[in-house]
Write a protein that binds this ligand. Structure first.
Ligand SMILES: [Zn+2]
Length: 178
């Protein structure tokens, strides 16, 4: 397993529409393992493959005790509305309230290539929607009103104008048990 550098806002990979996975093989399983490790080290509740520069429809979630990989995920039903604060590993230190459907029904393949269906709400449903957005090249700030959205993007650009790269190295916690 390996930690992968995160792609931060500015990386073209975050704005690409990711391609479906044809076959869930060892390479995809390795990608899933690396993504879980990178998400854990970054203390995230979800991570999409294009956040580590791989534009394939693969994401991992660890929210409210539910930990799973979702390959070629799609929402077959959404219901209700909920607003809560979101952040993103690719846009560190930026947070904003985002309104999304409250409950979702997800269909995807697991890391063994088996189809599964999950009906869920709360933070898990929010994380699933946030990660599927990533696979479509959408960021959580895109859900905000135009004024707030522009303000937060401009502030980010200003604060990061001297960055030499959009990559952020992820390091394991010294005390991590794995
Ligand atoms: Zn994100």
């Amino acid at each position: 397993m390996a930690l992968r550098p995160l792609h931060l806002l500015g990386s073209p990979a975050l704005r690409e529409e990711s391609a479906p996975v044809d076959t869930v093989d060892d390479a995809v399983r390795q990608l899933v393992d690396d993504m879980f490790q990178t998400m854990d080290a970054s203390r995230g509740v979800g991570l999409a493959a294009n956040q580590i520069g791989i534009t394939q429809r693969v994401a991992v979630i660890d929210a409210e005790g539910q930990r799973f990989a979702m390959i070629n995920p799609r929402l077959v039903e959404v219901e209700g509305k909920a607003t809560a604060e979101e952040g993103c590993l690719s846009i560190p230190d930026v947070f904003a309230d985002v309104t999304r459907p409250e409950r979702v029904v997800l269909e995807a393949l697991d890391a063994e290539g088996r189809p599964f269906r999950l009906e869920t709400g709360g933070l898990t449903a929010r994380a699933i929607q946030h990660e599927i957005d990533h696979l479509d090249g959408i960021l959580f700030l895109d859900h905000l009103g135009p004024v707030k959205r522009k303000m937060l993007f401009s502030r980010w650009k200003k604060e990061h104008k001297d960055d030499a790269t959009w990559l952020k190295e992820v390091t394991a916690e010294p005390s991590a048990s794995d």
